[in-house]
Design a protein around this ligand. Structure first.
Ligand code: S3P
Length: 173
């Protein structure tokens, strides 16, 4: 039986959950899984297509199932989509797990290019402003589920991966 992921990465869009998650998994010699990828695979269409054709509630329902399954099956490093923590059942499932929130400030987000790439919630124009609004509204939920918050501003993915390992503690990984 799976004991569950050794690290679960949460945090806002574009913060680098997948990049850092892959690095971490490599470093630990474990597998990496990303619930956005699971959703895309389950639906055989892109996230933008799922939002456009099914709407956000449909996307959230598929995402919720993908998160539940990944938490039950995956022993390595798991990254969740930025909005997965909106669901109260998902937050309950995350309780007691080694959840780390990767964080960045809004001006760092505004500096990052391609923030709106295949991200329907940032696609209506002014991705930086939309990012700020969504992220501020969700901040308390990230803080609720995370054991630690790791700042990514001005840090390389490698440095963030190191800080994440320290944050979950050597007893866990
Ligand atoms: C979303 C984040 C995205 C993706 C979808 C919705 C969100 O994942 O799940 O576009 O609501 O924050 P990333 O955080 O990996 O970009």
């Amino acid at each position: 039986m799976s004991t569950g992921p050794v690290v679960v990465l949460v945090g806002p869009m574009g913060v680098g959950k997948s990049t850092v998650g892959r690095l971490l998994a490599e470093r630990l010699g474990l597998g990496f899984r990303d619930t956005d990828d699971d959703v895309v695979a389950a639906e055989s269409r892109t996230i933008a297509e799922i939002f456009a054709e099914g709407g956000e509630p449909y996307f959230r329902a598929v995402e919720k199932r993908a998160v539940r399954r990944a938490l039950a099956e995956h022993d390595g490093v798991l990254a969740l989509g930025g909005g997965a923590i909106l669901d109260p059942d998902t937050r309950a499932l995350l309780a007691g797990r080694p959840v780390v929130c990767l964080w960045m400030e809004a001006d760092e987000a505004a500096r990052r290019t391609r923030l709106d790439a295949d991200r329907p919630l940032l696609a209506a124009g002014d991705p930086g402003g939309q990012w700020r609004e969504l992220t501020e509204a969700r901040r308390h939920l990230y803080e609720e589920v995370a054991r630690a918050v790791v700042a990514t501003d001005g840090r390389t993915p490698d440095e963030v991966a190191q800080a994440t390992l320290r944050a979950v503690g050597s007893a866990t990984v």
